[in-house]
Ligand binder design. Structure first.
Ligand code: GAP
Length: 441
């Protein structure tokens, strides 16, 4: 399990170049020189982000009767972060290089300045990672607000609201997808670690005696989610944190690690948060966040198991895992072997030529397919070039409308991975593609 997988040299550069060239993501405010490792997602990236979120939501919420979703605010009062421990302990150790003055996270550089090689640093200072702002027109302590550094706290502060409105009982979960913000000292590696990012988190509330069993269950379930979405098992491994490395709230954490181009690194964390958060918020707010078990006639504070992953980091892992170069008809082609559920477009409609009669039928085919699939439409350049362009962005199926189509009402469906082509009647096209994608709509 720990052997080093074979990956293409320069994979990171290849994928980030492709991402920019084809419109997955761009540097924010690029025309102004970019903005501090913040990214904007282009037409393909926006589609793919939606697909990553949907795949997660389907597996974590839609497909389960024991998990419900919420959508909590990004801005919050200091009281939440005092209770959660983030005001005090959500810090990184910051050092300045005495030679070149660059600022680093002490725990990430192994005592040597990555910029100039010096080993002389200032004493480490605790640097809080939360973004602080003010709410309302009046400045001062009363107006302080924070951008959330994790979505999790929204699930804890709404615990009673969700219990009362859904009548769920442990074991049950509350899930959320949304933006989080951290003033990372050394953001790096493209979209891997950024200051603005998006998380998918689920807090699973369980009777304390069942915590360990559910912790194992969720580690297993989350690893399977990546396998099911086509990530090669050799690119994934589990890493259990040593006790001394645990976050302030954690009784145990296991990371799903992905083999990134710079080595094994965290993709997702699954933590046993114990009763830390509900207890802290109960104490700080004066509102009891507990569950009353009527059958046993006892009140208790559930423990929490939390699978947490970044949408943007997952997107990066999916892109890296899908990137391949192979040979078709003697030519090297770049192909993203993305699962159809993640691909920015599931289908591309390609009229063989720009002749109006072909475009007419092609637009009809497109309109039919657009009801069920995210479709691209491309009329420029040779058909071979257009296939390559779709391969490169991971489109699983190309539908070509040619002159024969006008007579026989059939089109050619080409498969991205095998490049196999088959002739399919237009009337059966949607069903044909549904069978291949089992896309639920
Ligand atoms: N609620 C627990 C929590 O937030 P975390 O390990 O700090 O735990 C969970 O974050 C996941 O969020 C990480 O595994 C990663 O996928 C993503 N994440 C965290 N910081 C990130 C950043 N600066 N940029 C992109 N993704 C990040």
């Amino acid at each position: 399990m720990d052997s080093t997988p074979d990956v293409l040299p320069d994979l990171l550069e290849k994928v980030t170049n492709l991402a920019k060239r084809r419109g997955f993501f761009f540097q924010t405010a690029e025309i102004y020189g970019g903005f501090r490792s913040t990214y904007d997602y282009g037409p393909l990236g926006a589609n793919m982000l939606r697909n990553v979120r949907t795949a997660w939501w389907k597996s974590m919420v839609q497909g389960r009767s024991d998990v419900v979703g919420i959508d909590a605010a990004i801005l919050g009062p200091p009281a939440v972060w005092a209770a959660s421990g983030h005001l005090e302990t959500f810090t990184d150790p910051l050092v300045d290089c005495l030679t070149c003055k660059e600022r680093w996270r002490e725990d990430k550089i192994g005592g040597v300045c990555p910029n100039c090689g010096s080993t002389q640093f200032t004493e480490p200072r605790a640097f809080n990672l939360m973004f602080k702002t003010q709410a309302g027109p009046v400045e001062g302590e009363g107006a302080v607000a924070y951008l959330r550094p994790e979505t999790a706290q929204g699930m804890f502060t709404n615990f009673n609201n969700v219990l009362a409105t859904t009548r769920k009982k442990p074991p049950f979960g509350i899930a959320q997808i949304g933006k989080s913000f951290r003033n990372e000292i050394t953001p790096q590696n493209s979209i891997f670690r950024t200051r603005e990012f998006e998380q998918m988190e689920m807090e699973y509330f369980v009777p304390p005696a069942e915590a360990d069993e559910w912790y194992r269950y969720w580690i297993d379930a989350r690893l399977k989610w990546y396998h099911d979405l086509g990530v090669a098992p050799s690119l994934l491994r589990l890493h259990e944190h040593a006790k001394e490395d645990l976050s302030h709230y954690s009784k145990g954490t296991t990371d799903v690690e992905f083999y990134f181009p710079w080595g094994w690194d965290e993709l997702e964390g699954i933590a046993n948060r114990g009763d830390y958060d509900l207890t802290q918020h109960s104490t700080h707010s004066g509102t009891r966040l507990e569950y009353f078990d009527q059958t046993a006639n006892e009140r208790y504070t559930p423990w929490v198991i939390e699978p947490a992953v970044g949408v943007t980091r997952a997107l990066m892992a999916f892109l890296l895992a899908a990137y391949h170069e192979d040979e078709v008809e003697g030519e090297t082609r770049t192909v993203l072997r993305l699962d159809w559920r993640l691909a920015p477009y599931q289908v591309a409609v390609l009229p063989l030529s720009k002749k109006p009669e072909l475009e007419g039928l092609s637009k009809e085919v497109l309109a039919t397919l657009q009801r069920d699939f995210m479709c691209d439409y491309d009329v420029t350049q040779s058909i071979g070039r257009r296939y390559r362009r779709q391969d490169e962005i991971g489109t699983p199926y190309c539908v070509t409308v040619d002159f024969d189509s006008l007579n026989d009402q059939c089109v050619t469906v080409r498969d991205r991975d095998t490049t196999h082509q088959s002739r399919v009647p237009v009337k059966e096209l949607a069903r044909h593609l549904h069978e291949r994608t089992t896309l639920a709509v």
